[in-house]
Each structure stands twice: as structure tokens, then as C-alpha cells.
Design a protein around this ligand. Sequence first.
Ligand code: NAP
Length: 247
Amino acid sequence: MKLLNKRAIVTGGTRGIGKAIVKELVNNGCNVVFTYFSSDESAHSLEKELSNDSVKVFGFKADASSFAAADETVKFTIEKLGGVDILVNNAGITKDTLMLRMSENDFDLVINSNLKSVFNYTKAILKPMIAQRFGKIVNISSVVGIVGNPGQANYVASKAGVIGLTKSNAKELASRNINVNAVAPGFIETDMTDKMNDQQKEAILSNVPIKRLGKPEDVAKTVLFLCSNDSDYITGQVLTVDGGMVM
Ligand code: NAP
């Protein structure tokens, strides 16, 4: 129970890594508002599955790329949970193709969903967090944001941007007792990576010293650490969760 009675917002909580993060936080006593883009049914069933007498869990439909929607999420959370202690910026998408074929629209869509979303939620949450002199912000980046990847220029730019935002915000907010860190997952088995064929997966595995693909729970446990008091002296860092792929 590392987060007993804490209050969190997790963006993109209906599937994959975000869902595992919501479960990990709730299992540690945290009340959670999770957002999603369109999966109404999954949101309702997750809400039902996790809510109990001691922990409140709410799904909230909100496009992470919209600042107005982020602001509404924060207002909803304060109304339902009484405040916000933890923000996990997890929502993200891919629109992969080579730079030569990449449309302006697909570039903008990925940057807005993956990078501007982090600005939106961090900005929307700052005043209440600064006022309470406590906060933990965890941004989900990616190892490709560190090393680059062909066919993912939009995604890589967004994830590298998340690392820059994390470091600047960490420096700005440390004096207010707000820690800001990033997690950079490697290849994690979710809907996002399910599109790859076995040959592509084998090629990735050959570069993973811990010879297996990652699970959403591997990332969720690292996020829990960065949301808990165990990481109070850590800020502005990027923790890779990738089986040793990037070192
Ligand atoms: P996923 O399985 O595709 O799930 C994405 C989640 O984000 C869903 O809950 C989705 O909601 C939500 N979402 C997408 N766009 C949104 C928007 N505009 N507004 C609100 N919610 C939105 O993805 P994942 O693999 O778990 O990835 C989660 C995060 O980890 C992403 O930031 C991703 O870039 C990062 N990551 C993943 C991997 C990997 O190998 N899987 C590796 C490195 C980094 P709906 O269900 O409503 O669509």
C-alpha cells in the first residue's frame, strides 16, 4: 500500500500499459481517474472491476491532445477525489511510415497526442499541485526517443520531446516538492505492438539481453516506484524498462 489515499490521473488507462498502471496504483491504495479516447465499454468495465469501498476509480472520456479536455479532467478529478497528487502521462499513438511518405496530418496527430498532451495535463494540474506543495509526475516516453527509429520520425520526435519537457519541468518544479520523471519502455506486448509480425518481433528480441518481450506490468511497477516516496530524491530522470535493449 505505497500510495494509500493518494489521488492520481492516468491518461490512456483503458488498454495496455495504461491499464496496468491504473491497476498497480489502485492495488496500492490510490484513488484514480483514468482517461481514454473512445473505448467506452472497456472504461466502464475497468471502473466496475477496480472500484471498492476503500478506493474510488473513475473513467473519463477526454482527448489528451485537447487542452480544454485536460482542464475538464483535472476539474472532474478535484470534484470527485478532492485533489490530485499524481499525474501519469501515458496516452499515446503511432502513425508509422517513412519520412518520405509521412503526411503533415500524421505528423501533427502524433505530436499532439503524445507530446502536446503532456504539456496539456502538466499545465492543467500545476496550480493545484504547487498550492499543495506535493506532486509526482511520470511521463511515458520510449527507448526510440533516445536512439531514434526508421519509419517513426513523428513518434520518435514526440517521445524525445517528452524527455525534454520532463527535464525542464523537473528543474522548474523541484523547489515546489514536485518530482518529474520519465519512463522509456522498450518493446512491450500491447495492442500498439501487436501489429508487428513474428519476424519483426524476432528481430527486436535479438537485441534484448533479457530474452523476452516486456509486459505492461513491467512498466507499471516502475511507474509505481516513481509515484511513491521511495523515489523522493529522484527527479528529471529517464528510466528505461527494456530488458537491457538500450544501454
Ligand atoms: P495502446 O495499447 O495502444 O493503448 C493506448 C491507450 O491510450 C488507450 O487507453 C487509448 O484509449 C489511449 N489514447 C490514445 N490516444 C488518446 C487520446 N488522444 N486521448 C486519450 N487517450 C488516448 O498503447 P500502449 O502500448 O499501452 O502504450 C501506452 C504508452 O506507452 C504510449 O505513450 C506509448 O507510446 C508508450 N510506449 C509503448 C511501447 C510498447 O511497446 N507498447 C513502447 C514504448 C512506449 P482508447 O482505448 O480509448 O483508444
